[in-house]
Design a protein around this ligand. Structure first.
Ligand code: GAP
Length: 528
């Protein structure tokens, strides 16, 4: 149970210190939507910067892109999302709650049901009746571990339908009723809206459920306007939207979230080598940003859980402190083969049909693939080999919000210092929202003026914070909780020898540094 407390601690720290708030809180909140406060937005921006630096800036074979969220409806027909991006759900006949079938938990056997019943009776003093409770936490304790977890990602709808089993021993997570479900049915995950003011030309469009398709749709543009040559990648960070059935667990799974995706285009036959390359590169990224190795591992997808487009897929999983299973997906690395570009070639050939169908997707089939699809509009011509082909794609796809949560969890620490609990976030300097806080020891004797000057100089180079209110110990603690790596204090000695104390967040050690050396000292320590 200690681990659950830890997520609660993080949620409360995030709210208390302005990292993350519930969306629309003044109106009672909007489920599964969150807002990033002053410290949170810095953390999230730093996660994005670190990803961009590693995936785009430091590489000569990757370029960036920023596509619109709203795209042509045919994009989703071609990608398969319009028909297949759905979760298999079942509705509880008692309370009408819909749950993903793969997230339903099983009561192991009759004995277990009886035990549940007896326990509930003893707690509520009620007479025996069909198992029905309003205590999901209690059921959590009774249910078998190692069952499908509520935090698992989407599984391919065809695979889910094929696997759909008897629900007679499944428990409703809302009301606890056992085995009272409707037939499993697909639930579409894309949000829809209408675009256009005129009745004649308005149409239904979707909010993108992944950023990847914007990259495929721009593959030709990037080829034609840059000097990229295969192998090369196109990277993008941006918002995605999914009408998730199960949310919970804070910002782990939300309906609006940010993704950081790379589509790396390579010659067929070299795909497995690039898959290994990106698998390792992405794992190392988390480690280099300070995530503890024991909290990260790979999970290879079994053949029957692979998405319809993937030849192979591996997840980087993090040991999150919630749920009955700890390991949850942080990022997926997939070998998408030539599926997407080939599908978009079919989509381009279907465009007329879509116009004829009043620009609606319902009832239209994608055109058959051309026999010479290898020479189609989204093919690549290899100048050296004088060969044309559709490239294969390796896709590392990470969640920014989910990574930010994992970095928060991993950095969170509590320790006893002189009989008091010190809460701190041991962020890697690149991720820390504030890099240095500057304090005058007291609000007199010219100390605030000197401290303000130091602060004004340093903030040109990185995010700094100035604070002159309250006891110095309290100010240190506040910065520990915000994850600020260094606190600089101007004291009585500063006037004599122009040195200030620099306190290290993790060790709490203090050294005196001359003010003219401060910038260099901090840059070296922060690796900036
Ligand atoms: N283009 C492939 C793709 O979108 P995915 O596994 O569905 O693959 C990739 O998503 C990553 O995006 C996940 O590993 C996760 O980090 C993040 N993600 C997906 N759905 C999310 C949600 N509802 N809330 C927060 N993050 C999500």
């Amino acid at each position: 149970m200690a681990k659950i407390t830890k997520l609660d601690d993080i949620v409360s720290l995030c709210k208390r210190r302005g990292f993350i708030f519930q969306s629309s809180e003044i109106y009672g909140g909007l489920a599964s939507c969150y807002d990033y406060g002053p410290l949170g937005v810095e953390l999230k921006n730093n996660v994005k910067k670190a990803w961009w630096k590693a995936v785009v800036q430091m590489r000569d074979d990757v370029v960036g892109l920023d596509c619109s969220i709203l795209m042509h409806p045919m994009v989703w027909k071609s990608s398969g999302h319009a028909d297949k991006f759905a979760d298999l759900i079942a509705e509880c006949k008692k309370c009408n709650t819909r749950t993903r079938v793969d997230h339903l938990q099983t009561v192991v056997d009759d004995k277990e049901i009886k035990r549940t019943q007896e326990l509930l009776e003893s707690l509520s003093g009620q007479q025996p009746q069909p198992v029905s409770v309003n205590m999901p936490e209690l059921l959590d304790k009774l249910l078998d571990v190692g069952q499908p977890q509520e935090h698992t990602e989407h599984i391919d709808i065809d695979a889910a339908m094929a696997k759909a089993q008897d629900l007679s021993n499944k428990v409703c997570p809302n009301c606890g009723t056992v085995g009272q479900f409707t037939e499993p049915m697909p639930f579409k995950l894309m949000f829809e809206t209408r675009m256009g003011a005129n009745v004649d030309d308005s149409m239904t469009i979707q909010l993108r459920p992944e950023t990847a398709q914007g990259i495929f749709a721009n593959f030709r543009n990037v080829l034609d306007t840059t000097r990229v040559k295969i192998p090369f990648g196109i990277a993008q960070i941006g918002k995605s939207f999914r009408n998730e059935v199960t949310t919970k667990a804070f910002i782990f799974r939300t309906r609006e979230f940010e993704q950081a995706e790379l589509e790396f285009f390579c010659e067929p036959g070299t795909d497995e080598q690039w898959f290994s390359h990106w698998k390792q590169a992405r794992f190392n990224w988390y480690i280099e940003l300070g995530m503890r190795k024991e909290n990260l591992h790979f999970r290879e997808h079994d053949a029957d859980e692979l998405a319809h487009y993937a030849k192979s897929c591996v997840d980087v999983e993090y040991r999150f402190p919630f749920g009955s299973g700890d390991w949850q997906e942080l990022e997926g690395i997939a070998n998408r083969t030539d599926y997407d570009l080939r599908q978009h070639q079919r989509g381009i050939r279907t465009l007329n049909k879509w116009y004829e169908n009043n620009r609606e997707l319902t009832n239209i089939e994608l055109a058959r693939e051309a026999e010479d699809y290898n020479k189609g509009p989204l093919s690549y011509f290899d100048d050296e080999k004088k060969q044309r082909y559709i490239p294969y794609v390796i896709e590392p796809s990470a969640g920014i919000d989910r990574s930010a949560l994992a970095f928060l969890v991993d950095a969170y620490d509590e320790e006893e210092v002189r009989g008091e609990t010190r809460n701190l976030l041991r962020f890697h300097p690149a991720l820390a929202p504030v890099k240095a806080a500057v304090f005058p020891l007291v609000k007199k004797d010219g100390m605030p003026e000197i401290a303000k000057n130091i602060y004004n100089d340093l903030k040109k180079y990185f995010n700094c914070f100035y604070d002159e209110k309250g006891a110095i110990g309290r100010r240190y603690r506040r910065q520990d909780e915000a994850g600020t790596p260094f606190c600089l204090t101007v004291d009585g000695q500063t006037k004599e020898d122009t040195t200030v104390t620099v306190r290290d967040r993790d060790s709490m050690d203090q050294v005196r540094i001359s003010t003219d050396q401060l910038l260099n000292h901090l840059r070296e320590k922060l690796d900036m």
